[in-house]
Unconditional design. Sequence first.
Length: 371
Amino acid sequence: MRSFTAREIKPPSVAVSLGSLITLLLSISSIAALQPVLSLIHTPPGLTGQVSAYLNVIIAGMIATYFYNLFSGILRSVGNINAALYFLFLSVVLNVAFDYLFVALFSFGVAGAAWATVLAQSISASGCFCYLLKRYGRLLCRRKDAGIHRDLARQTLAFGCASALHQASLYLGKILVQGAVNTLGTPGIAAYTAATRIEGFANSFGDSGSQAMSVFISQNYGAGNERRVSEGLRRGLYLHVMLGAALSVIMFVSAKAGMLIFLTPDETPALNYGISYLKIISAFYVLCFVGCAFVGYFRGIGKVLVPVLGTTLHIGLRVLLSCFLVSKLGLSAVAIATGFGWIIVVLYQSITYKKGRASGTGPCRQRESGE
């Protein structure tokens, strides 16, 4: 194993101290603002207590999520993607097991589901840390690395803020869309919650592929190997299109069966809402996966603001169309709005990519020339 310089050792120290502080501040402010936000998005009074019980635990446990993501990110940064995936799998398995234990056996309700998530991530974060300590001990910060490193803090904040803007715009939009969905009452909320769980499972494949592309492209981009950067994008796009098409068909054909995993057959309004949502959104799903591939590419070459702007465009259109059409089309409006949002994102990403290619220099040469 090669020796690491002090500069390579210090960034985890900055990330731990700065990230922990920001996470704790966000947790405190989020808990304080929870009730006003629930009122703002028209949460039905009968559900407010359960939603609060769930979110209070999740928000308080954000520090566990932060350390899980931090340690997993360090593993990916050194190329050990397999270990990161193993700990992700461990978190998922533990989450399911604790859900069954806390909700089905101990009857802790929605708060039990929240505790299951936080506990699973805490155990997985601890496992990541122990693995890093044993395998890559010199990467972890030491007492002598503690202190104020202003240049590294600014650099960490610069990259962190870009990613935070991306995620914040995404989830702020989801909150606003949820506000539109809440006007449909309990059947609409139940259907949307169930349908987005199915969506989340499908999206995990696109997100994983995007992360893999980002690592591959960034490594070859850093090495100045433009051919492999272009090849990584081409093959990544092909795999994402194929996978997106397959999931679109599966989602359309199994829409009713998927909804019945979460709802009972006698919940007819919610079932109809959910089936309609899944069948409409499945028609657009290939575009979602194309967008994931481009996100991996642009992150890999360091253009982190492109995914941020793309997400902002998508969410803005999704919120506007959802709010405008939900009273007329029900939950189908959200599916249509999401699909049109993906169309706009892929157009923007494609135009941005073509403009970069039309400049006459590839991404590696652009970096070398300072463009």
